[in-house]
Write a protein that binds this ligand. Structure first.
Ligand code: FMN
Length: 176
């Protein structure tokens, strides 16, 4: 692929439906490399990632909250993004930047992806989504589960971002 970054940003949209095709192991590796190359506060690299490709586990992860998690169950690949809350006070930022880098690398490989928020989300019975995911995957206590990235070949078409509709009123020149 390798369009220029601006084109890639225009064409990246959240993709929640995927074909059954597995993601090539080399591509999975490139996506993870992108996460591992992401900048972190004080270079703490507080994140750790769990790669899930097993269909049964993907289906279970897709039940981590009642709504907006179905893309995980639809996907051939999920990357669970966790962060060590004892390693950095900027663990949310560290994890978020790594997740963003992985989504952009996925986009560059022609893959669709979607961020599924886990932190501070709850299941229908009130159980924190984080606890549910932690138990399923054996993630240690000190690791927060920030999000799950669902990744796969696109099975839906989304319009590119319309750059004439960007919210420039949110940008302040010089001072607020
Ligand atoms: C912090 C964050 C949390 C998100 N959580 C979810 C989620 O739980 N489920 C989901 O389907 N999409 C989720 N998204 C995707 C957004 O809904 C999506 O980025 C937004 O609607 C803009 O659409 P676009 O990505 O196609 O441009 C999340 C995105 C971010 C940045």
């Amino acid at each position: 692929m390798m369009e220029n970054l601006h084109e890639l940003l225009i064409n990246r949209r959240s993709i929640r439906r995927y074909t059954n095709a597995p993601v090539d192991a080399d591509d999975v590796r490139l996506i993870l490399e992108a996460g591992l190359m992401a900048p972190t506060s004080k270079n703490a690299r507080s994140w750790q990632f769990v790669v899930v490709e097993e269909p049964e586990m993907l289906a279970l992860l897709g039940q981590c909250k009642p709504n907006y998690a179905t893309s995980v169950a639809n996907a051939p690949l999920a990357i669970v993004v966790t962060a060590d809350m004892t390693k950095s006070e900027a663990w949310i930022e560290d994890a978020s930047v790594a997740a963003s880098f992985m989504m952009l690398q996925a986009a560059d490989l022609g893959l669709g992806s979607c961020w599924v928020e886990v932190r501070d989300r709850y299941r229908e019975d009130g159980e924190p989504s984080e606890e549910y995911v932690r138990n399923l995957l054996g993630i240690p206590e000190e690791m927060a589960v920030v999000c799950i990235l669902s990744v796969g070949y696109k099975d839906e078409t989304r319009r590119p971002i319309d750059t004439t509709k960007l919210l420039w009123e949110k940008v302040h020149a010089g001072k607020w």
